[in-house]
Design a protein around this ligand. Structure first.
Ligand code: ATP
Length: 194
């Protein structure tokens, strides 16, 4: 079964993540997409909301979409979350699935810096979401990686979790930037307020 994996801090999950997952599913013929909240990201500050809340928001966001689900193994494992460890664990647990890692084009040029990237590229391919014609962005990738990149198109959505946290902190609306169930969770728990 072709399964997409989307890692992220999801602090909070937003429509950019969901539209990217939907596009990856359609363009790359995936049957499922699993959202994997990071515990401690290797190259980013520690997330603001704790893991159980980021997991709950992601679960609320995908509850009504068959084929989307949250896989919390990085939170359960603890420590710094390296994609290679996650992929090895999932391939051992689910040998019949074919996994593909979903990334936005903003992350693509960072791929060579990922831990044990050559081994990772032997195990999976990368579905890279961008606008049509963004091939130039992969110009700097080494051959072993370029071969494992599957470009996919999505309608560009210029939203980020950083933007959502800042809007919330300054009392501006985040309605429609996150699903209603996520908005309800954020407001119900007083997240991202100053
Ligand atoms: P932050 O603003 O806190 O850095 P973020 O919005 O970039 O967060 P992450 O959880 O770090 O979100 O991203 C997880 C994955 O989702 C990455 O592969 C990233 O490229 C992708 N992604 C995030 N926002 C978008 C977007 N608006 N469109 C397409 N892909 C996105």
């Amino acid at each position: 079964m072709r399964t997409g994996l989307m890692g992220g801090t999801f602090d909070p999950i937003h429509i950019g993540h969901l539209i990217a997952a939907e596009a990856a599913m359609e363009e790359a013929g995936l049957e499922e997409v699993w959202f994997i909240p990071t515990n401690t990201p290797p190259h980013k500050p520690q997330p603001g909301a704790d893991g159980s809340r980021r997991r709950a928001m992601a679960a609320a966001a995908v509850a009504d979409r068959p084929g989307f689900r949250v896989e919390a193994l990085e939170l359960e494992r603890g420590g710094v979350s390296y994609t290679i460890d996650t992929v090895i664990a999932l391939q051992e647990r689910e040998p019949d699935r074919e996994f593909h890692w979903i990334v936005g084009t903003d992350m693509m040029n960072d791929l060579p810096n990922w831990r044990r990237i050559e081994e990772l590229a032997e195990r999976i391919s990368f579905i890279c979401l961008g606008r049509h014609g963004e091939e130039s962005e992969e110009a700097d990738l080494p051959d072993y990686l370029r071969r494992k990149i599957v470009p996919a198109r999505m309608t560009p959505i210029g939203v980020s979790s950083t933007d959502i946290r800042e809007r919330k902190r300054s009392g501006r609306s985040i309605r429609y930037l996150v699903p209603q169930a996520v908005l309800d969770y954020i407001e119900g728990n007083g997240l991202y307020e100053s």
